[in-house]
Write a protein that binds this ligand. Structure first.
Ligand code: DUC
Ligand code: ZN
Ligand code: ZN
Length: 453
């Protein structure tokens, strides 16, 4: 048994100073003062905050497309996640057109198995909707995949409105949840054709897909979900206008879950004017400061449910290989390692949000939405002992040189941060101690139950 003493425990009942006992991989006791037996290990957590491990429900590791293969695979990506306090990721297995969901799931298991330093689970991205695919859904839920993803853009991945409707109805019937990439694919294609003619370089990227392209897709998705009478999740929301569509749907009584990402809360589209602008190409793109401010306000007012990263990393060389043709730059940013420290610094250390509210965004809400609560996402007796001990007094600067992510840059280069990971327990075992990785590869697959919305 390990007894953690004198920590500031962030529990579902509220934050409290106290002790926590860990035994057999689970939380065995919580209390104001626990008495360790002589044979117990004791950790003095004075001055530390104790969180349920953070969950990143949006990563892309070991993913290829016609432009490039991601720099991080499950080995490097989950190691970086763990070092940043993330104890579980949910990555996107993706169906091949003409292929089955079960083949895609088996392929993603092969990518991850035996390589993960934090726990992992999979969403399933459905790209080929037909009767055979529909018949596989129940098997997916039985295999622990209770969340799905649809794309409204990217020609190789996207579904049409009728298919979207049908997937929503079919998955909701089984208790699953669908997250949707909201950009109008036809408008993106038209915008790319238009901007390529003007030879605008990297700046053609955000111009090819302005806010209205996202907002139209969010609005249409939410109307389709209204007709289907199903809950739905908007992933990586980036615009004020998209947010307004969410508000309208919620005002109609719909259940809409909203995820955003650190890059949309901290960065803006001026990055595309820099010489290394290609490094910031992601979809949806970084937006003007007014969108960022609207999202931050919504975050602080409780309108956003979760913060995930959409980690999809490439090296600067991969980004630069496209030259002036922005449409050939692989889309995506690194971020899985820096989510907690960047968000804590921006919102908790500055006094704009308390640690318990941040815990809901990074841990409890993703756990509920992903069907992992209360095994994960909570400091409760009986929950898995995936635990982060956070030092609120640590200070540092984020740099590519000091990172674990397998790329040569970070979008947050030079960011001064307050707070940091001191220790991480994974399933009750020491994975990170005093900021040092001491046990890689402890991660295992998490078979999930139905989302709790
Ligand atoms: N956009 C996506 O939709 N997926 C991965 C990365 C990105 O930028
Ligand atoms: Zn997406
Ligand atoms: Zn994504």
């Amino acid at each position: 048994m390990l007894v953690i003493q004198n920590g500031w425990l962030v529990t579902p009942q509220g934050a409290a100073f106290g002790d926590m006992a860990v035994d057999g991989g689970r939380i065995a006791a919580l209390g104001a003062r626990l008495s360790p037996a002589p044979q117990d290990d004791v950790l003095d957590a004075s001055g530390l905050w104790v969180f349920p491990g953070f969950i990143d429900a949006h990563t892309h590791f070991d993913m290829g497309n016609d432009l490039a293969h991601t720099a991080d695979d499950f080995e490097t990506g989950t190691r970086a996640a763990l070092m940043g306090g993330t104890t579980c990721v949910v990555d996107f297995a993706t169906q091949e057109r003409g292929g089955t969901l079960s083949d895609a799931l088996a392929q993603w298991h092969r990518k991850a198995q035996g390589r993960c330093s934090c726990h992992y689970a999979f969403h399933m991205a459905i790209t080929d909707w037909n009767e055979r695919t529909r018949a596989e859904l129940a098997d997916l839920l039985a295999a622990g995949v209770s969340t799905f993803k649809l794309y409204m853009a990217y020609d190789a991945l996207r579904v049409n409105d009728g298919e979207l409707y049908d997937v929503l109805v079919s998955t909701a019937r089984l208790g699953g949840l669908v997250g949707v990439h909201c950009e109008n694919g036809d408008l993106v294609n038209a915008g790319v054709r238009r901007e390529r003619q003007s030879d605008a370089g990297v700046q053609g990227h955000p111009r090819s897909r302005p806010a209205a392209v996202e907002a139209e897709a969010v609005e249409r998705l939410l109307r389709i979900a209204q007709v289907a009478d199903c809950p739905v999740k908007v992933v990586h929301l980036s615009t004020r206008e998209g947010l307004e569509a969410v508000r309208r749907a919620r005002g109609r009584g719909q259940c809409v879950r909203v995820e955003t990402c650190p890059q949309y809360l901290l960065l803006s589209d001026e990055r595309y004017r820099r010489p290394d602008g290609a490094n910031y190409v992601c979809s949806p793109p970084l937006r003007p400061a007014s969108d960022r401010e609207a999202l931050v306000k919504a975050l602080l007012e409780g309108e956003i449910d979760t913060i995930a990263t959409d980690h999809c990393s490439y090296t600067s060389a991969q980004k630069a290989a496209a030259g002036r043709d922005f449409s050939r730059i692989p889309n995506g940013l690194p971020g899985v390692e820096h989510r907690a420290v960047a968000m804590m610094s921006a919102f908790v250390a500055t006094g704009r949000m308390d640690a318990a509210a941040m815990c809901r965004l990074l841990s409890e809400n993703p756990a509920r939405e992903m069907g992992m609560y209360p095994c994960k996402g909570a400091l409760r007796v009986g929950s898995d002992a995936d635990v982060v001990l956070w030092d609120p007094n640590a200070a540092g600067v984020l740099t590519a040189q000091g990172q674990w992510q397998n790329t040569d840059y970070t979008p947050y280069e030079g960011l001064r941060v307050s707070g940091g990971v001191r220790h991480v327990l994974l399933g009750g075992r020491w994975a990170v101690r005093d900021g040092r990785l001491i046990a890689p590869n402890l991660g295992s697959y998490v078979a999930r139950r139905q989302p709790q919305l």
